[in-house]
Design a protein. Structure first.
Length: 203
C-alpha cells in the first residue's frame, strides 16, 4: 500500500519499501513514466529546515498583534486634535510666523545699510587708487624732467631714456585727467565732477 507523497512527490510502497515518483499525465496529454528513487536519497524539498520557535514567534508578533502602541497613538492624536492645547499650539505657530516675517523685513533693512556702506568703501578705495596712480605718474614725470634737463645740459641719453623724455606731455595729461597738477597736488573739481585743469585743456 503506497504511503502519502512527500513534498517532492515521492511515494513509498509500504509492502516492498520501494520509493518512486508515480507516473503522471502531462498538460499535452502524454504520460510521464514513474521514476524510481534509490534507497537513502533525500531530495532538498524533503529536507526539514530547522526553525527556532522563539525567533518565529518574534517575527510573527507583528502579524498577530500589530505594532505595539500604534492603536493607542492613533487615539491620542484624535483626542489632541479636539483639545484646547492644539488651539494654543496653533496660536504659537502663527506668532512664530509673524516674528519670522518681521525678522525678514529687518534683514532687508540691514541689507540696504550694508549696500550703502559697501558703496562708501568702494568710493574710498577708488580715491586711494587715484592717488596711488597719481604718485606713480608724478614719479615718472620727475624722472623724465631730470633726463630732459640732463639732455639740455649736453649729456647723452640711452634710447629708453629718450622715450621717457618724449612721454612728458602724456604724463602731464594723465595727471590732469586724474585731477592732479603737474606738481602732483590734488586740484579742485569743477561742477561736472572733472578736474578744472583738465577742463581747460579741452577748450
Amino acid at each position: 500500500m503506497p504511503s502519502q507523497s512527500t513534498n517532492a512527490g515521492i511515494v513509498t510502497n509500504e509492502d516492498s519499501g520501494e520509493r518512486q515518483i508515480p507516473e503522471s499525465l502531462r498538460a499535452d496529454g502524454t504520460t510521464r513514466k514513474a521514476i524510481k528513487i534509490r534507497p537513502g536519497y533525500r531530495p532538498p524539498e524533503d529536507v526539514e529546515v530547522y526553525k527556532n520557535r522563539t525567533a518565529e514567534a518574534f517575527r510573527d508578533r507583528g502579524r498577530r498583534i500589530g505594532i505595539p502602541g500604534a492603536a493607542g497613538l492613533k487615539e491620542d492624536l484624535e483626542d489632541k486634535a479636539s483639545t484646547a492645547a492644539s488651539n494654543k499650539n496653533a496660536k504659537r505657530r502663527e506668532a512664530r510666523k509673524k516674528a519670522k516675517a518681521a525678522a525678514h523685513d529687518d534683514a532687508q533693512g540691514d541689507d540696504k545699510e550694508a549696500l550703502a556702506e559697501a558703496a562708501k568703501v568702494e568710493e574710498l578705495n577708488s580715491e586711494v587708487e587715484r592717488e596711488k596712480k597719481a604718485r606713480n605718474l608724478k614719479k615718472k614725470l620727475k624722472q623724465a624732467r631730470e633726463l630732459k634737463s640732463k639732455k639740455e645740459g649736453g649729456g647723452t641719453l640711452l634710447p629708453e631714456q629718450i622715450a621717457k623724455v618724449i612721454k612728458i606731455n602724456e604724463l602731464v595729461r594723465e595727471l590732469d585727467a586724474l585731477g592732479f597738477g603737474t606738481d602732483g597736488e590734488n586740484q579742485p573739481l569743477s561742477i561736472d565732477g572733472r578736474p578744472q585743469a583738465a577742463k581747460k585743456t579741452e577748450t
